[in-house]
Design a protein around this ligand. Structure first.
Ligand code: GLN
Length: 537
């Protein structure tokens, strides 16, 4: 008897409809009924993981506790479901093939011809089973990346079809997310693309149980009936998914207006449990309340054209604003423009109440970020540094104290006389295959006399990392004497995890990425206090 119920989520018509948010919302609803939820994102690309993909193309790389570099949708899942996911939560075609080909080289398939069906599909199904077994989830949500009909997605759809047959209809449900485009000229919503994409699913042996119909307009009853008829689903299982002003409204819309959990329970022949979404409702009304005062926060980055590149940082800032009863007015600042002394960019920065310098790799824009940290230090503007943001703050302070520009991270200048940020000797050597990043959750011990301790309210914390370079302990004493504070260290005291500046209202920068553990209903303490301090300026 299967313990886990499996919900596959596919997308139709086009990409960018918010399949991750739809899946995460279903997870949030079922989780609020008291069930254990786990999620799995199946990514059809050939990279082993998104770790090396450009944030321009792929958005942020989300890091789990166990150090997996994953798709940003995992961030949505963790934020909506409030559960810590793992390496098992993201599978790419590259990883599937790598495993099968490794098996082929070591003789696992001797005598056989290796084929997409059954070998690749078997590997996908084995991963789905493993995720269910290890997570012991009541519901496993499996999102298939891309759109039905994409060549890359075929093995996943085929694996889903086979999986359905193997574990039985009582244990598998298919949700299909589509789009109803609106034609201005005739003033109507069109259902034909949905019909066509459902037909594509049928051709692959998959019958959807629930259709989520995205649209920018109100969906009329007639369209719902038409989709139900053509897709052969019950009318109540065609759920309108209108564009909403905040993504946290999606679970409320699915459940309160359309009772999606009842459809799911009924389909799985499970007793109906009531979803408890009061906290989400409170959050949404707080977000929508227009009396909240706006606060201008500068995000000094280099991927400014792509909002997704800093997704978790932006979400963490928003949550911190909600917690302070404020509304975020995010001001994108291009670090490269600061570097070029662009007057307009500098003016924009100066108008802000606080500065965030997020993570990043490579030297482009680094000097601009250092200038932003300098401005925050000199003008006592609240500063929150995240990973690279901590490193640039350290470089900046050391340049000031040592009274020389020849201070850097060896990432940006291998020959610098003062490598205040460097690769810890011997630190990464044990790792193989070029995997030289410190990844995943590490403990940190906070100094009781620090803003960080005040924020967390405890000395021992665990936070997630994704970086190669570290603070150089040779500079500890000279910097500390000048007002630099090491507020958090690894338990063995070898690694600096948080720094602060004394005689500054709020200058806190962490080597880790606190944004990954911020939740909409539970703002991260560092972000929360940063916003609080910014609001006082
Ligand atoms: N590039 C820096 C390092 O590798 C910072 C990385 C980051 O900000 N995630 O250490």
């Amino acid at each position: 008897m299967e313990k886990t119920k499996y919900i596959f989520i596919t997308g139709g018509v086009c990409s960018g409809l918010g399949k991750g948010i739809a899946s995460a919302s279903i997870g949030a609803i079922l989780g609020s009924c008291g069930y254990k939820i786990f999620t799995l994102k199946l990514d059809p690309y050939l990279n082993i993981d998104p770790g090396t993909m450009s944030p321009y193309q792929h958005g942020e790389v989300y890091v789990t506790d166990d150090g997996a570099e994953t798709d940003l949708d995992l961030g949505h899942y963790e934020r909506f479901i409030d559960t810590n996911l793992s390496k098992l939560s993201n599978l790419t075609t590259g990883r599937v093939y790598a495993k099968v080909l490794k098996g082929e080289r070591s003789g696992d398939y001797l005598g056989k011809t290796i084929q997409i069906i059954p070998h690749i599909t078997n590997e996908i199904k084995a991963h789905i089973r493993k995720a269910a077994e290890e997570s012991k989830a009541d519901f496993l949500l499996i999102e298939i990346g891309g759109t039905v009909g994409d060549i890359e997605g075929e093995p996943y759809l085929e694996a889903a079809r086979q999986f359905h047959r193997e574990v039985g209809t009582d244990n598998v449900l298919f949700v299909h997310l589509t789009l109803l485009p609106f034609l201005m000229a005739s003033g109507e919503l069109k259902t034909k693309p949905t019909q066509a994409s459902v037909r594509e699913l049928y051709r692959r042996g998959i019958q959807p149980d629930i259709i989520l119909a995205r649209s920018d307009k109100q969906i009329d009853k007639e369209s719902i009936q038409k989709i139900a008829l053509f897709a052969d689903v019950e009318e109540k299982a065609v759920i309108p998914a209108p564009t909403v002003s905040t993504i946290y409204e999606v679970p409320i819309n699915f459940e309160k207006k359309n009772h999606i959990s009842e459809i799911i329970f009924e389909r799985f022949k499970m007793p109906v449990r009531k979803a408890k979404l009061e906290e989400w409702e409170k959050l949404v009304s707080r977000i929508k309340a227009n009396h909240r005062q706006k606060i201008e926060i500068a995000l000094v980055g280099k991927y400014n054209q792509n909002l997704d590149a800093y997704l978790s940082v932006v979400e963490a800032l928003k949550s911190a604003c909600y917690a302070n009863n404020l509304s975020l007015n995010l001001v994108w600042i291009n670090a490269a423009y600061l570097e070029k002394d662009d007057k307009q960019e500098w003016e924009k920065l100066k108008q802000c109440k606080g500065i965030v310098v997020p993570g990043g790799f490579g030297s482009r824009g680094v000097e601009g970020k250092i200038m932003a940290a300098k401005y925050a230090r000199e003008y006592k503007m609240p500063y929150l540094g995240l990973c690279l943001g901590m490193q640039v703050a350290t470089i900046e302070f050391a340049r000031h104290v040592l009274n020389t520009q020849d201070v850097n991270s060896t990432e940006f200048n291998t020959k610098t006389k003062n490598p205040v940020i460097h690769i810890l000797p011997g630190h990464h050597e044990a790792e193989s295959k070029g995997g030289t990043l410190r990844l995943g959750s590490y403990p940190c011990v906070l100094d009781k006399d620090s803003l960080s301790f005040k924020a967390y309210g405890q000395t021992k914390i665990d936070e997630r990392h994704r970086h190669r370079y570290e603070f150089n302990m040779d500079y500890k004493d000279v910097l500390e004497k000048a007002g630099f504070k090491i507020a958090g260290l690894s338990p063995d005291k070898r690694l600096v995890e948080i720094i602060e500046l004394k005689s500054h209202p709020f200058f806190v920068a962490s080597q880790f990425h606190p944004e990954f553990k911020s939740r909409p209903l539970r703002a991260h303490p560092l972000f929360r206090d940063f916003i609080k301090a910014s609001n006082k300026v």
